[in-house]
Design a protein around this ligand. Structure first.
Ligand code: CBF
Length: 810
């Protein structure tokens, strides 16, 4: 039990050892590191005990392979989860130090692009909090997702240097480094009637693990996120150095270091770069070698690996786990193909996160073969045997079906196909998405392997998004229904009993108002824009992408502005439209959309004639920390992707939990949100999935007829190009063209009318305070179902066969 007195002693000791200073001499940064050391110490013992317990029990363990982990900062969370937040807060308050100032010192690791990486972290959080043996493997990118700033309305990118200062949470483990091999060739060595393969002339990169403890929520359990870093096995090239060729002397080292230099800043577009393939294999090879080594060291027979171990392939990026496990079992442990294959398929499981065609990974064969010759050989053999199975077992004769199913196709290796063939489970991330996989995108696979397909709707960390991000709402919930919801969030439904209690509804509105005031202050401090917390805060914060339709949102704002200009006395609830999100640096239209939002914002926010009824804000450098400030302050959550395009979405769940009303298309998990909360507590609009498919199939969508036939649409769209916003000629022509000339791929014009109606409905509903508060309460109450604890429960039960392990204190 940590008391203020013992904490004082521990912090003082830590200060002497980390900063060589007394408490009085130390500054805030020194204190942050000292506190971090105290947390490390308290975590370390539980961590070691968890490891011993997991090894001793030989309980089945899942290893989650992901190229991205969007962790957010750790200090606040670690204090909460260890159950020492209050005592630490009291201690620092006694010294007039606000904990928030200490938390601000921590650099946020941006090791992910968005939903996929945040989901991976939610899963690690739930695994640990549910005392399940489950660990993450990823890469320790030196530079995370770029830092975004807005200059003159344009996005500017700078490297995100999160490791510039010491990272207090990681533990380097050089003794557990492994070798990853690239290039070279393969020799076939006959042994009697059989033969084996020897990889020769390869170059070696050392993969060094850095472990971050993932603390469970007050349950004496700590799992591990292991991030690999690339190091050269050679020192500098002395020959070149002594010849005076200083650059040449460092070449090899620099080439190796480049592997973990930077996270690829796009999760929705595959661009076939050699470095990316190197990164993916680096993760897979280091991780799978580690899994096998740990298993062997723990006395697990490799013939039964799948009974003790699950490998999860998070999207296709780590798909080479399949041939890599085959390689290790066959080449290093001399297993026969058939046996190795059975074990591999039973061990591996795969999640698909997108239907976007442009995101599908297809590696050029020559690149794949040159960089990874043995992995290529194994992949080719997997494909040959799979094609034979299609002919002989599944009796497939159609060339079209064979074409769709083949892993190797038109000089490329299709990573989705490899993942499906090599895994025993394939899941989508929301019901609609999983259904579309089965019925459309992967139906050829579903036809032959129906038993492999299943759905696992995504989830979020309620401990973060409610208990920590919105403490007042969590406290109110506890006052009303007791603390049980903290560990069993489905109990939040009991809040519904208070739907008609005006006192409760008043409190809900007060809490939201407080949160909006806090966000208003942040907006003012960072942008100088004054916003009105009495009006509606309508938020769309996520990656900028055409399918997410930030463009439709800002076009509607342009329309509202026009109405206000014509009638400044128009009776409307004041509205603030808040945007945040990064565009991939190479995604031209997405960057133009950012420029458009900022351009409209500049004009509208400085127009005194509209009497502050409309404000537009773009907050730069969206991150987990910024989301934590924004989401509790939202009245309206914009989840307006073109139906079929957003696999699930997870921010939709976070806003719901914080009592925002979702303005939604029937896409991804929005549909399940609607089912949970009821149709009266969400506002839906737009084309349905089958209508979108129908248009694509028939090719009969004609945006021009909407443009020319609907004066509101035409007048709004024309403002992009008619000089209204005083930008250089042609600035927004590409946006205009994407809608009017190039077919409006994301049906913005088609959905515009119903989106405007939905927005009108929102405005009217907000006027009735108690109706709105009741809707808000219902959203919070019904959001517990989306806790990642339940999602992980389903993965554990239905895919991995992993169970809760009672934590043991030695
Ligand atoms: O499943 C998690 C998320 O993954 C994505 O972000 C992705 O990167 N493919 C999807 O776009 C989201 O819909 C999904 O929620």
């Amino acid at each position: 039990m940590l008391t203020k007195e013992t904490l004082k002693k521990e912090i003082e000791e830590a200060l002497y050892s980390t900063a060589g200073k007394s408490f009085a001499e130390s500054d805030l940064t020194d204190k942050y590191y000292a506190l971090g050391n105290v947390v490390r110490k308290h975590t370390g013992k539980i961590w070691s005990e968890t490891g011993k317990n997991q090894r001793a029990s030989k309980a089945k363990t899942v290893y989650y392979f992901s190229m991205e982990y969007l962790t957010g900062k750790f200090m606040e969370k670690n204090l909460e989860y260890l159950g020492i937040y209050e005592v630490v807060k009291d201690f620092f308050e006694d010294h007039d130090i606000c904990l928030g100032d200490l938390f601000d010192i921590e650099a946020e690791p941006g090791l992910g692009n968005g939903g996929l990486g945040r989901l991976a972290v939610a899963f690690l959080d739930s695994l640990s909090s549910m005392s399940m043996p489950g660990h993450g493997y990823g890469l320790r990118y030196e530079k995370g997702l770029f830092k975004q700033s807005i200059e003159n309305g344009y996005q500017k990118e700078e490297p995100q240097n999160w490791l510039k200062e010491q990272n207090i949470w990681e533990f380097k483990r050089p003794s557990e480094a492994v070798e990853v091999r690239y290039g070279g060739g393969i020799q076939v060595i006959p042994i009697g009637k059989k033969f084996t393969f020897r990889h020769v002339d390869y170059s070696i990169v050392k993969a060094v693990p850095y472990d971050t403890p993932f603390i469970g929520y007050k349950n004496h359990n700590v799992n591990t996120l292991r991030l690999w870093s690339a190091e050269s096995t050679e020192d500098l090239n002395l020959k070149e150095f002594s010849k005076g060729n200083l650059c040449g002397a460092f070449n090899k080292i620099d080439e190796v270091k480049s592997i973990c230099q930077v996270l690829y800043p796009d999760d929705s577009y595959y661009d076939g770069k050699r470095l990316r393939l190197k990164q993916e294999y680096f993760l897979v090879s280091a991780g799978v070698q580690d899994v096998v080594r740990k298993s062997v060291n723990n006395g697990i027979p490799l013939e039964e690996l799948h009974k003790y171990t699950a490998i999860h392939i998070n999207d296709t990026h780590p798909a080479m786990a399949v041939p890599e496990l085959m390689r290790i079992l066959m080449d290093e442990y001399y297993m026969e193909w058939e046996q190795a294959w059975k074990i591999t398929v039973k061990t591996c499981a795969f999640t698909n996160h997108t239907l976007l065609e442009e995101a599908m990974e297809k590696w050029d064969i020559s690149l794949y073969r040159d960089l990874l010759p043995r992995i290529w050989q194994i992949t080719e053999e997997i494909n040959n045997r799979f094609l034979a199975e299609l002919r002989n077992v599944h009796r497939i004769t159609s060339a079209e079906a064979m074409d769709k199913l083949s892993i190797i196709h038109q000089n490329t290796v299709r990573m989705v196909n490899l993942s499906i063939v090599g895994s025993h489970s394939i899941n989508g991330v929301a019901k609609l998405h999983s259904d579309l996989l089965k019925e459309r995108e992967l139906r050829h696979f579903y036809n032959i392997y129906p038993q492999k397909f299943n759905n696992k709707t995504n989830g979020i960390i309620h401990r973060h998004w409610l208990l920590s991000a919105n403490k007042n709402l969590a406290d109110l919930t506890e006052d009303l229904i007791g603390p049980g919801f903290k560990t069993n969030p489905i109990q939040m439904r009991e809040l519904l009993k208070h739907s008609n209690d005006k006192q409760v509804l008043d409190r809900i509105m007060e809490i939201k108002h407080e949160n909006k005031k806090n966000l208003s202050k942040y907006i003012y401090d960072t942008t100088g824009i004054k916003t009105n917390p009495h009006g509606i805060f309508d938020i769309q914060a996520k990656r900028i992408h055409e399918y997410k339709r930030q463009l439709m949102n800002i076009l509607h704002v342009m329309y509202l502005y026009d109405k206000l200009k014509t009638n400044p006395n128009m009776d409307m609830v004041p509205r603030t439209f808040i945007f945040a999100g990064k565009a991939a640096p190479g995604y031209y239209i997405a960057k133009e959309i950012i420029k458009l939002i900022n351009t409209v914002a500049r004009v509208v926010n400085s127009d005194l004639t509209i009497k502050d009824k409309l404000k537009i804000v773009f907050l730069e450098d969206y991150s987990v920390s910024l989301a934590t400030k924004m989401i509790p302050a939202a009245d309206v959550s914009e989840q307006i992707s073109t139906a079929t395009k957003e696999a699930s979405g997870t921010s939709n769940m976070k806003y719901m939990m914080n009592g925002a009303i979702t303005l939604a298309t029937l896409d991804g998990a929005n549909i399940e949100i609607m089912k949970e909360v009821g149709e009266n507590n969400i506002v839906v609009f737009g084309l349905k999935d089958y209508e979108v498919y129908d248009f694509y199939q028939r090719g009969n969508y004609d945006p021009q007829s909407l443009y020319f036939g609907n004066p509101v649409i035409k007048e709004t769209i024309d403002k992009l190009v008619n000089g209204y916003f005083r930008v250089p000629y042609g600035e927004f022509q590409p946006i205009y063209d994407s809608l009017v000339k190039y077919g409006d791929r994301y049906f913005i014009l088609k959905d515009f009318e119903s989106y405007m109606q939905a927005q009108r409905k929102i405005g009217n509903m907000y006027r009735n305070k108690y109706q709105w508060a009741e809707m808000s309460l219902s959203n919070t109450a019904c959001s517990g179902a989306f806790s990642s604890d339940y999602t992980i429960g389903r993965y554990a039960n239905e895919i991995w066969g992993v169970k809760t392990l009672t934590p043991r204190k030695d």
